[in-house]
Design a protein around this ligand. Structure first.
Ligand code: FES
Ligand SMILES: [Fe+2]
Length: 409
């Protein structure tokens, strides 16, 4: 079927993803308006990254630069990170103050993005300056609506985006609350560049099929079992998801210890098995929860490693991935050590996450010549609804369902 983008999705629907979706410049440009600046909630930062009134920092919505601030009253605000004068980036680094001043010609703004001052507005010695009819009143940088949910700050450019909790859907909201249950403590963060279109990574996150196949750390140390309890929750209007599993229940922990002995016989074992000795801190035995919110937010719990990730397109074939690691304020010393150790599992060089960064590049690298072809997304059937198995691509289909709806293709 044709549409205004002249994009023909294959007849098989969600069971196919045409490779052209990753390679067309016009699609990339339209994603900015229809998705990122459209009726979506985009993760901006953690509340705790702006703890005091007057704090501000730069962030992005897709590839659109924005500033996030905490006003004098403690409320969060966001607006485009582009000076009204000649378009310079306004906020270059995090800071605190009553105003933001542009480095180029010193126009200044309050914490809601309202213009408050123009340098040499009346000229010097009666000469030059802005024309008398130029008024700074009622000039403001385009704002975003901002809502916080469980310590996460989201922004939207659209007036019609439903409240964040409605947008998340009840299952996803509950799974965010499960992790963000008490005051958090920032541990740090990293940023990495993925050499792929942003959607290849968004798709990879929802692809629970690859976990025990691509990630050799799990298979080498016999940590991943097909018998693990787990499943996929597809939430929101399809684009949000949770993949979860239980790896170290008491019984499976015994299995793990036995497996560790076998692994040693095979010549492979962890010199320091304490890496994976964590705590069941949420009391439900779930040791892995990967959660996404369309279009570019991720919250993960991998054992006791907790982090949020922000997916930012940087052109058709490049993506920035920002990781922010955290624990809880009431972590004891042993828990702090566990979290630090388990941070080795994730991030750009993580024992588990490293391959995701590589494999999305492998897909991107193979795209030339693929126009007209499509990938096969049939594991677990053709549906895009929750399943109690992870041997499925249901959440991948959910992503594409939402994507197509918003893009009108
Ligand atoms: S571009 Fe910002 S003050 Fe000129
Ligand atoms: Fe992965």
């Amino acid at each position: 079927m044709r549409n205004d983008l002249d994009f023909a999705w294959p007849r098989e629907g969600l069971r196919r993803v045409p490779y052209e979706i990753y390679t067309r410049d016009d699609i990339y440009a339209e994603e900015r308006g229809r998705i990122f600046m459209g009726a979506t909630w985009n993760y901006l930062c953690l509340e705790i990254e702006l703890p005091y009134p007057g704090d501000y920092r730069a962030s992005f919505v897709g590839d659109v630069p924005v500033v996030v601030t905490r006003g004098r009253d403690g409320a969060f605000h966001a607006f485009e990170n582009r000076c009204l004068h000649r378009g310079a980036t306004l906020c270059l680094k995090p800071g605190n103050g009553a105003a933001l001043s542009c480095v180029y010609h010193n126009w200044s703004y309050d914490l809601t993005g309202k213009l408050t001052g123009v340098a040499f507005q009346k000229g010097v010695n009666g000469k030059g300056g802005m024309p008398p009819e130029f008024s700074i009143a009622d000039r403001r940088i385009r704002p975003l609506r901002v809502e916080s949910f469980a310590g996460l700050v989201f922004g939207t450019f659209s007036d019609v985006t439903p409240p964040i909790e409605t947008y998340l859907g009840p299952e996803i909201a509950a799974r965010i609350r499960r992790v963000m249950a008490k005051p958090i403590r920032l541990m740090g963060g990293v940023s990495q560049y993925l050499h792929s279109n942003w959607k290849i990574y968004a798709d990879n996150l929802r692809d629970s099929y690859h976990a025990s196949l691509l990630h050799l750390f799990y298979t080498t140390f016999k940590l991943n079992r097909l018998s693990q309890q787990g499943g996929i929750i597809v939430g929101g209007d399809g684009g949000n998801h949770v993949s979860y599993s239980k790896m170290l229940t008491d019984r499976q922990s015994a299995d793990y210890d036995a497996a560790d002995i076998r692994a040693q016989q095979d010549g492979f074992s962890l010199a320091d098995p304490s890496l994976l000795k964590g705590r069941d801190e949420f009391g439900d035995g779930i040791t892995l929860q990967i959660l996404t919110v369309f279009p570019g937010f991720v919250l993960h719990q991998i054992q006791n490693s907790l982090a949020v990730r922000q997916i930012l397109p940087k052109g058709l074939g490049e993506t920035e991935l920002n990781w922010t690691y955290f624990g809880f304020e009431d972590d004891d010393a042993a828990m702090k050590t566990i979290r630090l150790k388990q941070t080795n599992l994730v991030g750009p060089g993580g024992y588990v996450s490293m391959e995701d960064g590589a494999v999305v590049g492998f897909v991107q690298r193979a795209l030339p010549g693929a126009a007209g072809d499509a990938s096969i997304v049939e594991m677990g059937g053709a549906g895009a609804t929750s399943q109690d198995t992870r041997v499925t691509e249901a959440a991948v289909r959910g992503f594409w369902q939402t994507y197509r709806e918003r893009m009108g293709i």
